[in-house]
Design a protein around this ligand. Structure first.
Ligand code: FMN
Length: 307
């Protein structure tokens, strides 16, 4: 019997829904055994978040500071045929629990020389976090052979409002009765098993050569140029501001509270100003940078790191 290890972390369960829908074809297969490892930080992150707690997690998320985790239930000496990492992006980076997992010795043991598939469920910005996971996997000597993404398809500023309402209240209904429901749509969840079918097909042969191309053709990756440009700008600024906060103290140090608060003010302002500007620029970009955009979209749709 072939074995799959699935490592995931979710707060509201949204990621879990996308994960389970994708893996339905594996679940229906009696020749496969799946071990689900739900990563649990020793000190859980709140859900719903208070806005200051949410901002407090920013510097550690962006700079990749690992947090302590509860012991894992998988045996790191087991020989898995495939490892699946299902994660959500936090501040254009890996969520702290998943980043912390990737930094453990057990992750190294269990993932070395193994094929890995990533499944992302987030608001709409995962490009930078996926680049970060590529770096981790390279260090762990694991082979990234597939990436499947699920996003909220509402316009960017709408989903900024609905994700904040969602993570700060925990409610998934229509915010104020007028905004669309946050998150991955029911239709996208219904389509998810087709990605699982593709992975299962390659898993059975152990040959993953064409897997990502097939996933992309099936719609597993949809990159919008405005979001790619916006993420590119923000991913330069986030590490600078994180270090600025970290200079004042570590996680939850009261000495850094003023700087964390200033981030909390600047983040929505920056989004409100930058998002429309970049959307306009990206609409015009095909006039002067269409080749560059096409090359970047192709690059972020595949699994290796830039030289
Ligand atoms: C602290 C924090 C930061 C987030 N940052 C991003 C982000 O940079 N990009 C993104 O697309 N979504 C972001 N999100 C949304 C999450 O990716 C995810 O959709 C949401 O937290 C629900 O996931 P879960 O309940 O499965 O954990 C963020 C959420 C949190 C809590």
């Amino acid at each position: 019997m072939k074995k799959v290890l699935v490592v995931y972390y979710t707060q509201s369960g949204q990621l879990n829904e996308a994960l389970r829908a994708t893996l339905a074809p594996f679940e229906n297969n009696t020749d496969v055994s799946i071990h689900y490892e739900n990563i649990k930080p020793i000190k859980p992150f709140p859900f719903p978040w208070r806005y200051m707690e949410f901002c407090e997690a920013f510097p550690e998320t962006v700079t990749g500071v690992p947090f302590e985790l509860q012991p894992f239930s998988f045996n790191p000496d087991d020989n898995y045929d495939l490892v699946i990492i299902a994660y959500q992006a936090w501040f254009l980076s890996l969520s702290i629990p998943i980043n912390s997992f990737l930094k453990t010795d057990d992750a190294k043991k269990v993932m070395m020389n193994k094929p890995v598939v990533t499944i992302v469920a987030c608001r709409n910005m995962w490009i930078n976090s996926q680049e970060k996971i590529k770096v981790h996997l390279k260090e762990l000597k694991a082979n990234l052979v597939g990436n499947i993404t699920f996003v909220d398809k509402a316009p960017n500023l709408i989903s900024v409002v609905t994700v904040l309402a969602f993570v700060l209240t925990g409610g998934r209904g229509k915010f104020l009765g007028i905004f669309p429901k946050y998150g991955v749509s029911e239709e996208d969840l219904k389509e998810a098993p087709k990605f699982g079918d593709i992975v299962l097909k390659h898993f059975k042969t152990g040959n993953y050569t064409d897997q990502q191309k097939e996933l992309v053709d099936a719609g597993a990756i949809q990159i919008k140029s405005n979001l790619m440009l916006l993420e590119g700008r923000a991913s330069i600024m986030f590490p600078i501001y994180s270090k600025f906060i970290l200079k004042k103290g570590k996680y939850q140090d009261p000495k850094r509270r003023g700087r964390v608060r200033s981030f909390g003010i600047l983040l929505p302002i920056g989004m409100l100003i930058l998002s429309p500007i970049i959307t306009i620029v990206s609409r015009m970009a095909p006039l002067f940078a269409s080749k560059r955009i096409k090359v970047d979209i192709e690059y972020y749709s595949q699994n290796s790191l830039r030289e």
